[in-house]
Design a protein around this ligand. Structure first.
Ligand SMILES: Nc1ncnc2c1ncn2[C@@H]1O[C@H](COP(=O)(O)OP(=O)(O)OP(=O)(O)O)[C@@H](O)[C@H]1O
Length: 229
């Protein structure tokens, strides 16, 4: 994994008069980090701060040494983001065109771009689907396409916000394996705790605060207990 760092320093955030994040101090350097917490606890807000989709009311978020507030463009290049619903991210009509769009900045020659896009589809298990309308893919295939389109942009960090919510067990396991093969730093928000059991670090968020920060067995056990009270 390339050296990456994500630092939250005294981060606070409110939507209207609802405080959503309170005093978040974090230094995220591990390769695979999971974030869990009840609905509405603030996970997505925290995750969206890593690529500047949401800026904190106070405090700072620093990614690879850059203050997100001041370097939005570079930070967006460093941090890829995928959502639960891949339809939000698939833009072009056919599968291969979607990858070609992501490559359009880095590969100027059309023929080279097409060849590279086909290679990417193979790498992400989508060979044979190049000319298929993207909306005809299964949920799992769409998530792979959204992921491939983000990864070809060359981020050093990938943030995934509940990436398996819309997937069946087979596709969930497949995505877990694809994630396991990525070199980049990975931050995954999930209600599916099983996909996080071999991660390096788990954060448990409750009411806008980090209430546990540990290796998976301890953190997930803490979370399960706190949810069953
Ligand atoms: N754009 C917004 N405007 C107003 N309130 C918001 C906005 N985004 C989130 N919230 C509120 O902030 C709180 C935290 O939301 P957030 O999406 O960060 O939680 P979450 O932990 O990701 O939840 P979930 O597990 O349900 O996805 C919730 O009460 C939510 O309603």
């Amino acid at each position: 994994m390339p050296d990456t760092s994500i630092v939250f320093d005294g981060v606070e955030h409110s939507f209207g008069d609802r405080r959503v994040l309170r005093g978040i101090d974090l230094n995220l350097t591990q390769r695979r980090i999971g974030i869990v917490g009840a609905n509405g606890s603030g996970k997505s807000t925290l995750a969206r701060m890593i690529n500047g989709l949401i800026l904190p009311d106070s405090g700072t978020v620093t990614v690879n040494g850059r203050d997100v507030r001041k370097n939005k463009r570079q930070v967006r290049r460093d941090v890829g983001f995928i959502f639960s619903d891949p339809d939000r991210q698939i833009i072009m009509p056919t599968v291969v065109e979607d990858i070609e769009l992501s490559l359009s900045r880095s590969v100027k020659d059309k023929a080279v771009r097409h060849t590279k896009a086909l290679q990417v589809l193979t790498d992400f298990g989508l060979d044979g689907h190049a000319d298929q309308p993207a909306h005809q893919l299964s949920g799992g295939q769409k998530q792979l396409l959204a992921l491939a389109s983000v990864m070809v942009l060359g981020p050093s960090i990938l943030v995934a916000d509940e990436p398996t919510t819309m997937l069946d067990l087979r596709n969930t396991l497949m995505l877990r394996d694809v994630f396991a093969g990525l070199d980049e730093q990975l931050i995954v928000l999930s209600h599916d705790l099983d996909i996080l059991t071999d991660y390096d670090r788990i954060l448990v968020i409750d009411d806008g605060q980090v209430v546990a920060d540990d290796e998976p067995a301890a953190a997930l056990s803490f979370y399960r207990k706190s949810m069953s009270r």
